[in-house]
Design a binder for this molecule. Structure first.
Ligand SMILES: Cc1cc2nc3c(=O)[nH]c(=O)nc-3n(C[C@H](O)[C@H](O)[C@H](O)COP(=O)(O)OP(=O)(O)OC[C@H]3O[C@@H](n4cnc5c(N)ncnc54)[C@H](O)[C@@H]3O)c2cc1C
Length: 644
């Protein structure tokens, strides 16, 4: 099967405008005749549901939390990018496009990324109109700060809680439509399968997480806005509930999975303290605007710091190595995340790690406090500092933070074309759930931009084209495909409930996480990946033999919910390993040890790997089939990334 990304022809800057004109429209009276299912109420899902309902479509919206506003997007801290150039510092749509393509190590589509940069400016206007309280500078204009991989300030923010404020905006817009009767909201409802009829997505099967009722819902299109899958690593900065089930089940119904191995490891997280932890905490990239990353110059000093016989503030200036500033003077502490993470790891490998475990470097605010004063630093980052104090019982106003890379975001996801359609007609994927715009490494503050671009500004146009083509003929759940899919879901739930072994599903999750982090994490080798594949296959076999799932379906059953999600993570883990094995090059967050430059940077192989990997499910325990979407670069020149 050939993959058609449907990138419009013509000059880069005109593609989206031209495409919007070429797309078919549904007239206002006909919009009422279409039912749209939207799974997920994070920034992507809430913005899509509000926009489509506002247009007049009937929307059914689903989330597994008790309120749409508890979606994981609420956790986003640092900000959202937009090419407004309010700072007059040389930004433009083209520069945002260029930074994003380069940041993604030339593994994203030019057309998609340009559109993202183009609509970024509209997002800010939309959010301001909704009342999102972005930070402002003294003149009253919106303030900006910098994020990694750029030399301009284009990140809009609301202290360290930008995601929460943006989600409150989208959630308010969604609520308005719920109140108007255009959106029917289903909370505490987990989507477990997609229903297809004649190859088109026509609905979903869900489980009511309170009663266990298995229900079917029909619609003219299904939009998955179900977030990323970082929790395949067990420990990540994502919310505990974030999972891959919706995307994975859709994959098993025919939707291709794009670039599954592209994972982002964020450089500034609070280090792991032991096996008791179930989640990690991010210290936003925005902190690198003012915080300086360093490690001691010698192993001896590092040892004293680890033992606690020396405090960080006692280390003399000339005994500190501000390694990012030293190696990358042009971008300094604001190099992209993959670069910063690898360098922190290198310091630790050289024996210069700090903190009790030795798995940390410093993020120091002493200079910023001297320059700006503690009050200003508090005003900018206060809630992040508070979080750090609560978790570590250390005061970052007095001592530098200890930070270390942790899994944070997944650039991979369901393969979609320019219209955000998966290869299954009628099935769309938005936000972190799709693979689309970030290539092999996402730049900071670009996920919120992409989620809102997809939901507010792309899908309202592209979905109409599909709907106009299929027509408004009613779809309902009486079609036998609904009953058949529901039966599959019930059979699967019963299979999980029949697991009466001795090992909890959580333990399997932790084991999987260890394998993934060790062999498919920050550095990957052919040997390690092959080993990981065997380990995951053995883990899967063991899961279906020795796991224990307690309780029944007809009740609130966290054990059952978890079991389904972890079974999916195990399968996804194997595909990630296959993808990482296949990609014998390094790019962005995918670092194959065998493919590095003399300086230890990621070395791409453009001749053989400038493609999107889209994997097709072929049946249980069957190898998946790889489809390649060749990436075409007409505007940017492919070169070795250089931030020095
Ligand atoms: C700690 C942290 C800080 C971050 N800070 C930033 C930042 O400053 N800037 C930035 O750009 N990005 C940031 N990111 C990334 C960004 O927050 C996410 O990529 C983005 O919010 C994802 O939004 P989403 O709408 O795609 O998915 P989510 O917000 O994850 O929403 C997923 C939705 O899907 C629903 N769902 C999932 N599965 C099912 C199912 N099977 N059935 C029913 N419902 C389901 C959930 O209930 C939820 O409503 C951060 C990420 C983390 C972890």
């Amino acid at each position: 099967m050939s993959l058609d990304a449907k990138i419009p022809q013509g000059p880069l800057a005109e593609k989206w405008s031209k495409h919007k004109f070429d797309l078919k429209l549904v007239n206002p009276a006909n919009k009422r005749k279409y039912d749209i299912i939207i799974v997920g109420t994070g920034l992507a899902g809430a913005s899509a549901a509000a926009s489509l309902a506002e247009l007049g479509y009937n929307v059914k919206s689903f989330c597994f939390q008790d309120s749409p506003r508890r979606a994981h997007s609420i956790a986003a801290q640092g900000g959202i990018n937009a090419a407004k150039n309010y700072q007059n510092d040389g930004d433009s749509v083209y520069r945002l496009f260029y930074d994003t393509i380069k940041g993604g190590d030339y593994r994203a589509r030019e057309g998609n990324v340009y559109r993202l940069a183009e609509v970024s400016v509209n997002i800010i206007d939309q959010c301001v109109a909704q009342g999102v309280p972005f930070a402002r500078e003294y003149g009253g204009l919106l303030d900006n700060r910098s994020f990694g991989g750029s030399q301009v300030s284009r990140t809009f923010y609301a202290r360290g809680q930008t995601g929460q404020q943006l989600l409150l905006g989208a959630y308010s817009a969604l609520n308005r439509q719920i109140h108007a009767g255009k959106v029917k909201m289903y909370t505490r409802t987990e989507m477990l399968d997609v229903v297809t009829i004649d190859g088109h997505a026509k609905g979903i099967v869900t489980r009511n997480m309170i009663t266990g009722a298995i229900e079917t819902h029909a619609g003219h299109a299904v939009l998955l806005c179900t977030g990323g899958y970082s929790n395949v690593f067990y420990l990540s900065t994502n919310a505990i509930g974030s999972n891959v089930t919706a995307a994975w089940r859709a994959h098993k119904r025919g939707a291709f999975f794009g670039n599954p191995c592209y994972t982002q490891i964020h450089p500034t997280c609070i280090p792991v303290t032991g096996d008791h932890q179930s989640k990690l905490t991010l210290m936003s990239e925005s902190l690198r605007n003012d915080g300086r990353v360093w490690a001691p110059k010698t192993v001896e000093i590092a040892e004293q710091l680890r033992k606690g016989t020396l405090r960080a503030d006692q280390v003399k200036e000339d005994e500190r190595d501000y390694f990012l500033e030293r190696k990358y003077p042009a971008f300094g502490n604001l190099v992209p995340r993959d670069v910063a993470s690898r360098n922190a790891k290198e310091m630790v490998q050289e024996g210069k790690g700090v903190g009790g475990s030795g798995f940390a470097v410093f993020l120091d605010f002493a200079d910023a406090i001297k320059r700006l004063g503690e009050e200003t630093v508090k005003a900018k980052y206060g809630n992040l500092f508070d979080m750090y104090i609560q978790i570590t019982n250390e005061n970052p106003y007095k001592q530098p933070m200890r930070i270390y890379p942790a899994v944070h975001y997944t650039m991979g996801g369901l393969w979609v074309d320019y219209n955000l359609s998966t290869n299954v007609p009628g099935l769309y994927a938005l936000g972190e759930c799709n693979f689309s715009d970030h290539g092999a490494n996402r730049l900071g503050a670009s996920a919120l931009m992409q989620g809102l671009s997809d939901g507010y500004f792309v899908i309202p146009y592209t979905l109409g084209d599909y709907l106009a083509k299929i027509g408004p003929k009613k779809v309902d759940t009486s079609h036998p495909a609904f009953e058949a899919t529901k039966k599959d879901v019930i059979t699967y739930i019963n299979k999980l409930l029949a697991l009466k072994g001795t090992k909890t599903v959580n333990e399997y999750h932790r084991d999987l996480g260890h394998i993934m982090w060790e062999y498919c994490g920050m550095a990957r080798t052919e040997e390690g990946l092959k080993k990981a594949k065997g380990l995951i296959q053995a883990l899967k076999a063991d899961f279906w033999k020795n796991a224990i799932v307690t309780g029944e379906n007809e009740e609130v059953n966290a054990s059952l919910e978890r079991a389904g999600r972890i079974a999916d993570f195990i399968e996804l883990g194997e595909l990630m390993v296959d993808d990482a094995l296949m990609r014998r090059e390094s790019c962005g967050g995918h670092f194959r040890v065998e493919s590095q430059t003399e300086d230890g940077e990621a070395k791409r192989d453009d001749e053989n790997f400038a493609f999107v990997a889209a994997w097709e499910f072929k049946g249980e325990n069957q190898p998946e089939v790889l489809h390649k979407e060749q990436l075409v670069f007409e505007s940017v020149h492919l070169s070795q990334r250089n931030y020095a």
